[in-house]
Design a protein around this ligand. Structure first.
Ligand code: FMN
Length: 184
């Protein structure tokens, strides 16, 4: 028997995206966003309510997206529950350090090893931000053979049913390949 849960926004699992922005004075901010994903071929879409982050994205037409990892779980959650509007020392309290991204007017958060640099494409009328990804950078420590290795990331995923974080586990197959065994 299957049980129905009705209308739920549960696309399992959801990412733990850390959005990095600068305000008008050049102060860095970060927020956690789990309602986001790939859009089109080279874009990201994130469903955003009004935040300091949204003001910052409008001001600079840019943002970065890092991926929450288990090493930085407390900081990732903290930036999702405290606004820079209420706590101007938010980044210091989170223990996060930043430098300006190479390609956009937004901060790279140094503690998170993989970062997308995004130019604002549009804010849709129903509150989605769409960004064009213009660069991806990653720390050496998460590379294997020059490629980003998810086995080294300790990547967090968001479980919207339990409001929990989980960590991405081991590799169990090869995409675009294993299914061929059934195609014979
Ligand atoms: C796990 C988690 C996921 C979240 N996902 C989103 C989201 O997808 N969209 C959103 O608008 N807010 C989301 N939030 C809330 C913001 O991160 C939060 O309001 C934050 O304090 C905004 O910071 P700011 O005002 O400094 O920009 C999430 C928070 C948590 C803890």
């Amino acid at each position: 028997m299957r049980k129905n849960f009705g209308k739920q926004t549960w696309v399992l699992p959801q990412p733990v995206l850390i959005i990095g922005t600068y305000d008008k004075e050049g102060n860095a901010d970060a927020m956690n966003a789990a309602w986001g994903g790939v859009y089109d071929a080279n874009k990201i879409i994130i469903s955003l309510s009004p935040h300091k982050t949204t003001e910052n994205i409008v001001a600079n037409r840019a943002f970065t997206v890092s991926f929450g990892d288990v090493k930085n779980l407390l900081a990732a959650d903290y930036v999702g529950i405290v606004s820079a509007h209420a706590e101007p020392q938010k980044m210091q309290k989170a223990g996060l350090h930043t430098h300006r991204a190479e390609h956009v007017a937004a901060p790279v958060i140094e503690e998170f090893p993989v970062t997308l640099e995004c130019e604002l494409e549009e804010f849709t009328k129903d509150g989605n931000v769409i960004g064009k990804i213009v660069n991806v950078s990653a720390e050496e420590e998460v590379l294997t053979g020059g490629k980003i290795d998810l086995g080294k990331l300790g990547l967090l995923i968001f479980d919207p049913v339990a409001a929990a974080y989980r960590v991405v586990g081991e590799k169990v197959g090869n995409a675009f390949a294993d299914g061929k065994k059934l195609a014979k």
